[in-house]
Design a protein around this ligand. Structure first.
Ligand SMILES: C[S@@+](CC[C@H](N)C(=O)[O-])C[C@H]1O[C@@H](n2cnc3c(N)ncnc32)[C@H](O)[C@@H]1O
Length: 277
């Protein structure tokens, strides 16, 4: 059902964790430092990477709702979280995890966020999170979400939203044409209307500011090198598929581009934390 395989999400998890912006993460931790518990809603949760990376910043007792439209990814999330935790217990639909000092309750919900986000916000999360998700959504979706999250008095933390910057090493002249075609593909409808793609971070910042939240933002790029060979190769393959779908670059040029051996890649992302003043 999803365009995102568990293998791809697995491959990117370590690079994502490394890339997260430390200043933005510190602002999140500082905001909740005096609390004992927190209710968190994770949008587009996939296999649960955001919980694994964000929980360390949050209070001891956490209640997470992981939402995705792909139930198969949520099944993988459950097994990966069980593996990740020091101890676990399943009671009905709920998973209880212990990880170091943390006591985490997790429920999994299959829902189409293009339709069901307001219903999930009605459950009164205190923090709405997502990782690598908002570039799939649209400017309209972000506008409505920011309004609803601020109206609910909740905080918001989105990591690893693609911001359009990319650089391949060694550079080839065809990179520019490929990047332009890739950005066009990024802005195709992914179920939320015309996708925000690389403009998503600036929409998030603008909309949360307009609604009166205090916003902290910072870069969280992937800086992939020789040790990230598998991720670089998979990225090149995914770009080639996207560029072919978007048209505008002839098939021979795409094959020539794929066949260049890259020793490094930079992919720009932005992390955004927004909280009531
Ligand atoms: C790039 S993946 C990120 C997954 C996870 N947050 C991570 O960081 O590994 C985007 C996720 O959004 C989910 N998604 C996309 N469109 C959705 C929709 N309309 N409703 C719910 N989930 C959606 C996908 O199934 C996928 O799991």
């Amino acid at each position: 059902m999803s365009d995102f395989s568990p293998e791809w999400l697995d491959l990117r998890e370590a690079a994502d964790a490394r890339a997260r912006n430390a200043s933005v993460a510190n602002a999140v931790a500082a905001r909740f430092a005096l609390r004992g518990d927190l209710r968190i809603l994770d949008l587009g949760a996939g296999t649960g990477a955001n919980l694994r990376a964000t929980s360390a910043l949050l209070p001891e007792r956490q209640t997470w709702t992981l939402v995705d439209h792909d139930p198969a990814l949520l099944d993988v999330a459950k097994s990966k979280l069980i593996q990740w935790a020091d101890r676990h217990e399943e009671t009905g639909e709920t998973l209880l995890l212990e990880k170091g000092r943390l006591r985490i309750t997790v429920t999994f919900k299959t829902a189409d966020l293009a339709r069901d986000t307001q219903m999930l916000l009605d459950e009164k999360p205190q923090l709405v999170t997502a990782s690598a998700f908002f570039d799939l959504t649209s400017e309209d979706y972000i506008r409505t979400l920011a309004k609803a999250v601020t109206a609910a008095g909740a905080a918001f933390y989105a990591t690893l939203t693609y911001n359009g910057l990319q650089k391949w090493t060694p550079h080839r002249p065809a990179d520019n044409q490929m990047t332009a075609a890739f950005q066009r593909h990024q802005m195709r409808d992914k179920g939320f209307g015309p996708a925000a793609g690389p403009l998503a971070p600036s929409h998030l910042v603008d909309q949360f500011r307009i609604n009166g939240h205090v916003v902290v933002e910072g870069d969280s790029p992937w800086r992939l090198e020789r040790n990230d060979r598998m991720l670089i190769d998979e990225l090149i393959r995914g770009y080639a598929v996207a560029v072919t779908e978007s048209g505008g670059v002839d098939a021979k040029a795409v094959v020539g581009w794929v066949n260049v051996t890259r020793t490094a890649a930079f992919v720009g992302h932005t992390d955004v934390f927004a909280a009531p003043p």
